[in-house]
Structures are given as C-alpha cells and as structure tokens.
Design a binder for this molecule. Sequence first.
Ligand code: SF4
Length: 264
Amino acid sequence: MTKFAQTRSRIDSLLKSTVQLITLQPMPSVNHHFPDPAVRRKFQQRLLRWYARHRRDLPWRKTSDPYKILVSEVMLQQTQVDRVIPKYKEFLRKYPTLEELAGASVSDVEATWRPLGYNIRPVRLHAIAQQSVHRHGGKIPASLEELQTFKGIGRYTAGAVMSFAFRQDAPILDTNVKRVLQRVFLGPRSANGSKSPKRLWELSAALIPKGKAYDFNQALMDFGALICTARKPNCPACPMQPLCLSYPWDKNNTRCQKSSRSSR
Ligand code: SF4
C-alpha cells in the first residue's frame, strides 16, 4: 500500500468511528425554559425567606405520618383549605390509622366525608388503605411509581406525599404552583396559553434546593395561595418582583416586561 493510500485509509477509519460515536450518543435534551443557576438560587432564597415569615399554620404540617399526609392531600384535591381543616381533624379522630380506615365500611367512610364533595375520593382513599394493608404491610409505599399505581393518586399527590411524608426531593405541580412558575419564569403570555406540563414539571423539579423539597414545596403552595393569586396577585408586596417576567401583573396579560430581569 502506498503512503498516500495508508493515510487515506486512516482518515476513512477515523471518520467512520466519529460518525458511529455521533450516532450512538443520545442528544442531551435542551430545555430553554430552565432558569439560569443565579436566577434559580435567588428564587429559592426569596421564596424560603418569605415562607419563614408568612407560612400558614396547617394541621397536616404538624405530622410526618404518611397516612395523615395522604388524607390531607386527597382532601385538598379540588377543595379549599378552610373547608378541609375541620374535616381532616374529624376524619382522623374517627380513623386515626391506615388499618382503622381499611377496616371500616366504605359507606361509613363516605358518610364521614360528607359534605366535602367529589365523593369518589373517600371510596378511593378506603381502597388505598386496604391495598396498603394487604400488599404493602400496612404502610403507604415510599415510591413515586408505586404511589401512582393507586387509583386516586396522580403525579401531584404522589409528589406531595414523597416530599411531605418521606422528605424526598420530589416536585409538585398543582394549579397554584403552575401559575407561579408560569408567571415568574415564562412570562404573562404563557399564563394564557397551555404550556407543556412536561416543561413545568421539569421546571418545578429543577428549582428544588437539594434536600429541601419539604419546605420549598410548602412555600410554593403558600406563595401561590397568598401572594401570586389567580385573580389579584399582590405584586407590590411580592419578593419576586426583580425576577418575575410578569411583573407588574396586568390582568389582561398583554404586557411582557422582559426588561424587569435586568434589575435583579
Ligand atoms: S411579581 Fe406579581 S406576578 Fe410576579 S410572582 Fe409576584 S405576585 Fe406573581
């Protein structure tokens, strides 16, 4: 083989292996909506500082019992906190443990639930209790995947149970959290459109400070309920002003003040 042919052959082989490498490596997924680390850190700090001063005193924040936390989360689906508090206390007085709920009759559980509404919930909660007793040794499983195998536990409730009961860094995305993340990180126009839930879930996960999902997720929910509310967000008192792409909130959602980021 001539010197030229040898060089040519080496180049061909190099090109071939490069093409193979490019073909085999999965492309990293790029999400342009992730905040940069500095913005993320400021959001975390401001939110947690705000929460330390304004957190709501809620009974399910005084327990780490996964069963009690699950009861509160199921009750809070589609229901206002004020209506849930007395029923939560009454329900747990009657069924203080998973076993006691599993051993009760469904009709009794349904009667205790009234008048909270959305009455498939007590039936499902009762079924979850029975399945946990029979299949999981009387315990609520500490796994995001297993939790979602129960009817009545979706991704939000599973994330809430994982972060509030098992102290795992699991994200949550309910209506309040979705609204806050959209307004702060995606801007006013996004609040009117249907942004991909996948992106918002990724954003919610990316924002959690390591090891602090419990406080961070509780804080996000309180912030959405007390400051960045659906109809009348309290922008003048909001600690996110310098970071928020929707500040100041315009109820017609016509403004997009990207320049507000520069004054962080
Ligand atoms: S500045 Fe206004 S829109 Fe932005 S997070 Fe705060 S309350 Fe919500």
